[in-house]
Design a protein around this ligand. Structure first.
Ligand code: ATP
Ligand code: MG
Length: 230
């Protein structure tokens, strides 16, 4: 779908509960995320952050209210939404195929030059160059050939190659050691400056790089402001 106007995300009166579960996970939530925004979403474990991410991505459907991208609901967008929103999760998935194929997922037309360019941008160029089969090296099942940090860099490279305008980071650095984590956060923000960033996290490291911070508690917006205000 060709979208008109800016790629703002509008969350309006959003209510969500899982079918088998009576508890309201999100309770009349309203958030507008303008194109280019750098938003951190904080909240306790279980507060509904990943659920919200799935709703923004259209992987879940609101119980009531809606989530819109450029004034189209996620239902109207359907699968086209993946042209606009990329996600990096805690454990990025790598497929049992070559590095090249892994990077071209969702973007089969990407040239070899473009692939090397994104590998350089995420700091994996040297590692791949030194592999015996280079880009044609097979990634082992579950991505065992890559460390946690490298796997995240692969996921970022995939997103950069696809050049989506909106990137959702769902606690992408959990479980990494602090130095790897900081290096990864730096790379994410350097490489994604022109994009909308929605960064779900449950600690404060790195939030000074964001323009807005919101806290979610009991399904509602508990606090919202700039990093300095909080
Ligand atoms: P964390 O910081 O631990 O990742 P979160 O804020 O991302 O937590 P969610 O994963 O969105 O929280 O979960 C919110 C609530 O919804 C939790 O109570 C969880 O148990 C419940 N929940 C999550 N996924 C499902 C599901 N598929 N079916 C039923 N309940 C679910
Ligand atoms: Mg979560």
């Amino acid at each position: 779908k060709a979208l008109e106007g800016s790629l703002d995300i509008k969350i309006e009166d959003l209510v969500f509960f899982y079918e088998k579960n009576n508890r309201k996970i999100l309770d009349h939530l309203n958030i507008t995320i303008p194109q280019g925004e750098k938003l951190a979403i904080l909240g306790r474990s279980g507060s509904g952050k990943s659920t919200l991410a799935s709703l923004i991505r259209g992987d879940l459907t609101p119980t009531s209210g809606n989530v819109q991208l450029a004034n189209l609901s996620t239902e109207q967008m359907g699968d086209d939404i993946s042209e606009y929103i990329g996600v990096i999760q805690q454990t990025p998935y790598l497929f049992h195929t070559t590095i090249l194929n892994n990077l071209r997922i969702g973007n089969e037309q990407a040239t070899i030059d473009a692939v090397w360019e994104v590998l350089r941008r995420v700091g994996l160029e040297k590692l791949v160059e030194e592999l015996p089969d280079g880009l044609n090296t097979m990634v082992d099942e579950a991505g065992l050939r890559f460390s946690g940090g490298e796997r995240h860099r692969m996921a970022l490279a995939r997103i950069l190659l696809k050049d989506v305008p909106i990137v959702l980071l769902d606690e992408p650095t959990v479980g990494l050691d602090p130095i790897t984590e900081q290096a990864l956060i730096d790379t994410f923000f350097e490489q994604l400056t022109d994009k909308t960033i929605i960064w779900i996290t449950h600690h404060l490291q790195g939030i000074e790089k964001m323009r807005h911070v919101i806290f979610i508690e009991d399904g509602q917006l508990e606090m919202s402001g700039t990093p300095e205000e909080l």
